[in-house]
Design a protein around this ligand. Structure first.
Ligand code: NAP
Length: 489
């Protein structure tokens, strides 16, 4: 279903349809839900060329990137379909009864995950496909058994509606109730009203800190608070150690610049901070400067995002603590001109502004004097999606204390490569301590994303025939279960 204008009546209608759909959809077998998800992937794939054309036009992102993003989107859908077919994600746990226990007999208790109910999902501007209509939040909620009320992002309205229609077609072809997926369009107030609706049970969001935090506050202030899984800003620091940096100075500078400028820097894992030892700062700065000069300015998602980028850079250019390795060329308007500035670690630690994300291809090179200063930096660092360490094996060993500290500050720690390029898989963690997200226990990418939209329920002494298949004595789904504390199939 697609709704354009909202008033309370429309919203009530949308959520009532979603709630009604939920009561039957939640009991659909994992295999049937998997068929439904695969139908979505199939219809999206059938419409690949139309979707790519639309998304390229609306996002300014190159066709190659959008084509790849569409593959990532359908690949992600298939991952959740496989997860549902395998079935063990529900964490079935069984403590069998012991009628002979003394002094009191022990009851039979069986626990598993069950879906939350209708979920509100906000589309993201920077991934018109993979984090939007049929993206990770929508698909993981549908996989968990939750209907989705989806608010399209105004930066790509046609793509959003078109993919929404693909999902609605899949709902219809699978013989499911229409309330399972609703696409809505509207502004800030409409988004807030969705989160406030009493039948909404959780929220998935990717975007700015201010919007994510505001939705989190709204959800917390409801009469019945609900979880908000908001992925917000992150500057994804890279910590470099002298030996490795000295040995691979130019290739590392080139890798850094490629990661920084990929997609005009509009990735949540874009590296916006790099810590460099004083002894190598000048040489590394020169290598970066050389690599960055060769990168042409490229168009950002829309004029508003480009304006925010240049506004942030203009403010930073007034700061006397910064020396510019590469000054932005502001004549580019919608095109992001890559930029980089240098600051001492001592100055960086004095002002939290230097930790804020500048969305786009801008980074700060922070120059540290010694390991003690690096430890102070780590203590001061805000929560991040990722932290990357560039060192050799010996350096990792001698920095164990620092690494231990940094583990507290991120969701994913890399010991090679760059933070951009988030693999969709079973082990991926894309979520970190606040303020990078509002719930560091969750991920918005990979198989574990499904857990955000489920809660545990225990059945005590429920007759075997009435139990969900996942908990029946005979284990008809043949899933991995924990029985009396031991994992078994
Ligand atoms: P945004 O401003 O956070 O908007 C995302 C969604 O939230 C839109 O649907 C928007 O509604 C809604 N929204 C905005 N403010 C709200 C509020 N106070 N209460 C409730 N809903 C609100 O993100 P954006 O438009 O994609 O880009 C703006 C900035 O966000 C960028 O410049 C960048 O700094 C940041 N961003 C970060 C990431 C990341 O991964 N870290 C990704 C994307 C964007 P409307 O329909 O009115 O727009």
């Amino acid at each position: 279903m697609n709704f354009k204008f909202s008033n309370q009546m429309t919203l009530d209608h949308i959520f009532q349809a979603a709630q009604e759909a939920f009561l039957s959809y939640k009991n659909l077998s994992g295999a049937k839900k998997a068929d439904f998800l695969e139908k979505i992937a199939e219809i999206v794939e059938e419409n690949r060329s139309a979707i790519v054309l639309m998304a390229v036009r609306e996002s300014n992102l190159p066709e190659g990137r959008i084509n790849g993003e569409l593959g990532r989107t359908t690949g992600q859908i298939k991952l959740f379909a496989n997860l549902l077919r395998e079935g063990s994600w529900v964490e079935a746990t069984i403590d069998p009864a012991d009628p002979n226990r003394s002094p009191l007999p022990k009851a039979d208790i069986r626990r598993m995950l069950t879906p939350l109910g209708p979920v509100v999902v906000f589309g993201a501007s920077n991934f018109p496909l993979a984090f939007s209509t049929a993206g990770g939040d929508t698909i993981s909620a549908l996989a968990a058994g939750c209907p989705v009320v989806y608010k399209g992002h105004p930066a790509h309205p046609d793509t959003s509606k078109f993919v929404g229609d693909c999902i609605s077609q899949a709902v219809k072809k699978s013989g499911l109730p229409g309330g399972i997926f609703t696409h809505v369009e509207g502004g800030v107030k409409m988004g807030q009203d969705l989160v406030k609706h009493p039948l909404a049970k959780a929220v998935g969001f990717t975007g700015s800190f201010s919007a994510g935090k505001s939705l989190f506050n709204i959800a917390g202030n409801r009469e019945v608070p609900i979880p908000v899984y908001a992925e917000m800003g992150s500057v994804n620091p890279i910590f470099t150690f002298p030996q490795r940096l000295k040995n691979e100075l130019v290739p590392l500078a080139q890798s850094f610049v490629s990661s920084l400028t990929l997609g005009a820097g509009q990735f949540c894992t874009n590296p916006g901070l790099i810590f460099v030892p004083r002894t190598l700062a000048e040489r590394f700065g020169n290598a970066i400067s050389e690599a960055i000069q060769g990168v042409a300015a490229s168009p950002m998602l829309h004029e508003g995002i480009a304006a925010s980028y240049y506004k942030a850079l203009n403010e930073l250019q007034l700061r006397s603590e910064l020396e510019w390795v590469k000054v932005p060329d502001a004549k580019h308007l919608i095109n992001a001109s890559p930029a980089m500035a240098e600051i001492s670690a001592a100055d960086w630690m004095m002002d939290d502004r230097f930790q804020e994300e500048v969305f786009g291809s801008f980074a700060l090179m922070v120059v540290y004097e010694n390991d003690d200063e690096l430890k102070s930096v780590a203590e001061k660092l805000h929560g991040q999606l990722t932290i990357t360490l560039w060192g050799d094996t010996e350096e990792f060993k001698t920095h164990k204390e620092l690494i231990n500290l940094l583990e507290e500050k991120c969701g994913r720690m890399l010991f090679a490569g760059v933070p951009t390029g988030v693999e969709v898989g079973f082990a991926m963690q894309h979520g970190g301590p606040y303020p990078s997200t509002t719930d560091s226990r969750s991920t918005s990418v990979g198989a574990h994303a499904i857990k955000r939209f489920a809660r545990p329920i225990a059945f005590q002494d429920m007759p075997n025939d009435l139990l969900p298949d996942a908990l029946k004595n005979e284990n008809p789904l043949k899933i991995m279960r924990q029985v009396n504390g031991k994992f078994e199939v």
